[in-house]
Design a protein around this ligand. Structure first.
Ligand code: ARG
Ligand code: MN
Ligand code: MN
Length: 307
């Protein structure tokens, strides 16, 4: 099994400059060399091409879905790359880019894996629609669209079908939720472990619940990790930072448990904004987390072989 690395220099879903520079920043920080040193073979799938757009294009396609066509175009290309990677039996590591890329990741992964689970780690719900979003930024909508709620152009991206069953979604670290998102959560069949719940239960219990929940329920899990799930005190370099979040150790623990479980097939690391980072703090956390997670993945694969 190789690690397929896919960069997504996308910022149009966040309507803010910076996250488009993240793939280049990871590459310059030698991310490929770091992954190879863990013992993996790396296939560099390059960066997804993002169409050029300017201010005039913002509302060209929809009054509350900014840069809709450009976001769809990039995500459709991403979906195909992920689908190819997983079909080859490889692991896909997606380096964003804004979180609208979750649309493409889940679309592609769910084509390769019939009954997929999604773990979404984020300060935000990312379950707005064009009808509830206060900003029109598509990076606040990908999770809802993936389980079939939202504008049909997003729901039917790449393929005309619902990509993940709502009850196969497990969201962790929410603490900045919009009104429409709270309404959706209250009637949702998905699992939502907000930051309040994480503090009440403790991270060990949350992870235990998550692994038990998915056991015998799904064939594999796609993990979408938004760096703003981490407390903005530690990870300031994201476009929409929020206080009172996960510690770096909590985040590592969640991801390494998923890697060790043998269920994780693909991973997004999103929303690094190098223009807002301070002394590369957030970049270094992201790299550390990737290293840690892939190390556990490597271990679980070699245990599988020797068993
Ligand atoms: N992936 C993210 N950072 N999303 C932030 C979303 C913020 C806000 N809830 C919105 O919909 O605009
Ligand atoms: Mn997000
Ligand atoms: Mn977020």
């Amino acid at each position: 099994m190789k690690i397929n690395l896919i960069g997504v220099p996308l910022n149009l879903g966040a309507d803010k400059l910076g996250s488009n520079l993240a793939p280049k920043t990871y590459r310059e920080a030698n991310i490929i060399k770091i992954i190879k040193s863990i013992g993996f073979e790396v296939k560099d799938c390059g960066d997804v091409e993002v169409l050029k757009a300017n201010e005039e294009d913002k509302y060209k396609h929809h009054p509350n879905l900014k840069y809709l066509n450009e976001v769809i175009d990039a995500n459709t290309k991403l979906a195909e790359k992920i689908y190819q990677s997983l079909s080859n039996g490889d692991f896909a590591l997606v380096l964003g880019g804004d979180h609208s890329l979750g649309l493409g990741s889940i679309a592609g992964a769910s084509r390769a894996i019939k009954n997929i689970g999604v773990v979404w780690i984020d300060a935000h719900g990312d379950i707005n629609t064009h009808l509830t979003s206060p900003t029109g930024n598509i990076h606040g909508m990908p999770l809802a669209a993936s389980f079939g709620v939202g504008h049909e152009a997003l729901v039917n991206l790449y393929e005309e079908r619902i990509k993940v069953k709502e009850e196969n979604v497990f969201h962790i670290a929410g603490r900045d939720l919009d009104k429409g998102e709270i309404e959706l959560i209250n009637k949702s069949k998905g699992q939502f472990y907000t930051m309040d719940k994480v503090k009440e239960l403790g991270i060990e219990k949350v992870v235990e619940d998550m692994l038990n929940y998915f056991k015998d329920r799904v064939d594999a899990i796609h993990v979408s990790f938004d760096l703003d799930s981490i407390d903005s005190l530690f990870a300031p370099g994201t476009g929409t930072p929020v206080e009172n979040g996960l510690s770096v150790d909590d985040a590592k623990f969640i991801l390494e448990s998923l890697a060790s479980s043998g269920m994780m097939c693909s991973l997004d690391i999103v929303e690094l904004n190098p223009l807002l980072d301070k002394d590369n703090k957030t970049l270094n956390i992201a790299i550390d987390i990737i290293k840690n997670t892939l190390n556990k993945l490597k271990l679980s694969l070699s245990n599988e072989l020797s068993a």
